[in-house]
Ligand binder design. Structure first.
Ligand code: ADP
Ligand code: MG
Length: 295
């Protein structure tokens, strides 16, 4: 067993905060358990709620190297695991005209001609590593088989080189926007964390942390309006990323409070569809949202 990274749930909260990430107790507890149990952490939730950032902050908080595998449609083993440097192999073969073929072959399938991709890089890294498999749901189902294999025993077999086993297990974070269900088998291997839009108080703290200099009352108002927008039936509800962008915008404009005019002129920062903007313009009752009693 490897030394755990964190001594307690509180320590997770503290160290993540030190890395600029404000985690709820639920988030911190799941991180703590993933570390203790040595299990990959699967973080699912809508875009912009801090899934990728959690992995980044974990790396910073633990002094680990972040190795990121960004998934996309059509990603395959050669992009995720490793591939051979064919161009370099060809050059080597051409240069070795007088050499026996078996010697050349052994040579071109050696370390020198291997191009490690994120999964292999993470497994081989002797230093502490956070492996981020980002937007796993964008990859084809076959890639999940590969992930299962690699995350199962943390080893990779390169037929020409042999089996490479992790000397130190990376902390693995998989993220998914849930555009499709991941396989049961993959889910079973992971600890599951659902991230959603945070409660208003936490979001205000995040915004204030990310945008120093923002007035506290303005931050409050902003978070309330964003909350009200999320309750509308929009094509794309504003996420934490948009709240932060909006806060930066308001600060740059020197706005002191939210009024109809400033909301209308900056709506494009938080709503990215024309139809959502129209709906918000028509339905948002700014005064009512801002007047509602502070709880
Ligand atoms: N808990 C948090 N603490 C601090 N910043 C956060 C938090 N959650 C989200 N953010 C902010 O929101 C932005 C978007 O988060 P990101 O991780 O890119 O979203 P996702 O990967 O879920 O789409 C980040 O750049 C960060 O500024
Ligand atoms: Mg992300």
């Amino acid at each position: 067993m490897q030394e755990p990274l964190f001594g307690s749930v509180d320590e997770v909260v503290e160290r993540l905060a030190g890395a600029g990430y404000l985690a709820s107790t639920a988030v911190a507890t799941t991180v703590f358990l993933a570390d203790r149990l040595g299990k990959p952490l699967l973080v699912e939730g809508p875009a912009g709620v801090g899934k990728t950032e959690l992995a980044r902050a974990l790396a910073t908080a633990t002094g680990s190297e972040l190795v990121r595998l960004q998934c996309y449609e059509g990603i395959d083993e050669s992009r995720a695991l490793y591939e051979w440097n064919h161009a370099k192999q060809l050059l080597r073969i051409t240069a070795a005209r007088d050499e026996a073929w078996t010697d050349t072959r052994d040579h071109v399938f050696s370390e020198e001609f291997l191009l490690p991709r994120p999964l292999l890089t993470a497994i081989r890294n002797p230093e502490p590593t956070v492996l981020l498999v980002d937007e796993t749901d964008k990859a084809d189902v076959e890639v999940e088989g590969l992930l299962l294999e690699v995350l199962g025993d943390f080893q990779v077999t390169v037929p020409e080189l042999g089996t490479i086993t992790a000397s130190r297990r990376p902390f693995v974070v998989l993220t998914s926007n849930a555009t499709r269900e991941l396989s049961e088998a993959l889910k079973r291997r992971c600890l599951f964390l659902h991230l959603d839009f945070p409660p208003a108080e936490l979001e205000r703290d995040i915004v204030t942390l990310r945008v120093p200099g923002l007035d506290g009352r303005l931050a409050d108002a902003l978070v309330r309006v964003v909350g009200a927008l999320r309750e509308m039936d929009l094509r794309k509800a504003p996420s934490i990323a948009e709240s932060v962008d909006w806060a930066r915008t308001l600060l740059a404009l020197g706005a002191e409070a939210l009024d109809e005019e400033i909301v209308q002129t900056t709506l494009g920062v938080i709503l990215k569809y024309r139809s959502d903007q129209r709906k918000a313009s028509a339905e948002l009752r700014l005064e009512r949202v801002l007047d509602s009693a502070v709880s």
